[in-house]
Design a protein around this ligand. Structure first.
Ligand code: PGA
Length: 249
């Protein structure tokens, strides 16, 4: 039985006030069954979030990291710095990073390794564009992105991983993959994983991302191979995010 994980990716949104609101709201939350919950705020809010989330079920996540431990990389943040601030999870390969900042599969792999080296749990984001889906290439693209990282990790490293399938055409568009489309891809990812590590395939958490919200979460999360969600827009509204966490329980 895999424990669900609900991750809120705030992207370049949020405020110190929103951090406080989440801390207050989640301090008193009753989840019907065990769910891991993590918020990925922008870097400047991590320290405030660490204090505000103490004693709540909210874990701390970051949105990216630089593969180097330190050095002349203006504007970048290392995994060691994140670990020092109590960060537990870090996204790697979000489609906005791949598209807007040209992160390649290899650079995503380097970030995953850097995260694992300092004990952070990577959430590897994968997903096809609309053109790739229309061309019938969805599965090839997603399994290439997954394989480029997972096939090269040691078994112990693989156990630290979570994979988020986020079709690019569903991110921030209000257009969600149908539960069947999402389930089909999850089954493909789990099947691929089983081809070289069947014990891990059963334990690996697979998240759906892309316009998940309080209304569609329950149906998506009910799919056999969907173990949680990576939520953008709806993670900025505390009541919606709380409702999604409750539907995961
Ligand atoms: P969205 O974003 O929920 O706003 O579609 C998801 C994501 O980019 O992780």
């Amino acid at each position: 039985m895999r424990k669900p994980l609900i991750a809120g990716n705030w992207k370049m949104n949020g405020s110190a006030e929103l951090i406080e609101t989440f801390g207050r709201t989640f301090a008193g939350i009753e989840l019907s069954s065990p769910v891991d919950v993590v918020i990925h705020p922008p870097f400047p809010y991590l320290d405030a979030a660490r204090s505000a989330f103490a004693g709540t079920p909210l874990a701390l996540g970051a949105q990216t990291l630089n593969p180097l431990p330190s050095g002349a990389r203006t504007g970048e943040v290392s995994g060691e710095m994140l670990a020092e601030f109590g960060v537990e999870y870090v996204l790697a390969g979000h489609s906005e990073r791949r598209q807007l900042y040209h992160e390649s599969d290899e650079q995503v792999y380097e970030r995953v390794i850097a995260a694992l080296t300092v004990g952070l749990k990577p959430i590897l984001c994968v997903g096809e564009t609309l053109e790739e889906r229309d061309a019938g290439q969805s599965e090839d693209v997603v399994l290439r992105q997954v394989g480029h990282v997972m096939a090269r990790l040691e078994p112990g490293q693989r156990r630290m991983m979570t994979i988020a399938y986020e079709p690019v055409w569903a991110i921030g568009t209000g257009r969600t993959a149908t539960p069947e489309q999402a389930q089909q891809m999850m089954a493909a990812i789990r099947g691929y994983q089983a081809s070289f590590d069947s014990a891990l395939a059963d334990a690996l958490r697979l998240l759906y991302g892309g316009s998940m919200n309080a209304s569609n979460a329950r149906e998506l999360l009910a799919q056999e191979d969907i173990d949680g969600g990576l939520i953008g827009g709806a993670s900025l509204k505390v009541d919606d995010f709380k409702a999604i966490c409750q539907s995961a329980g």
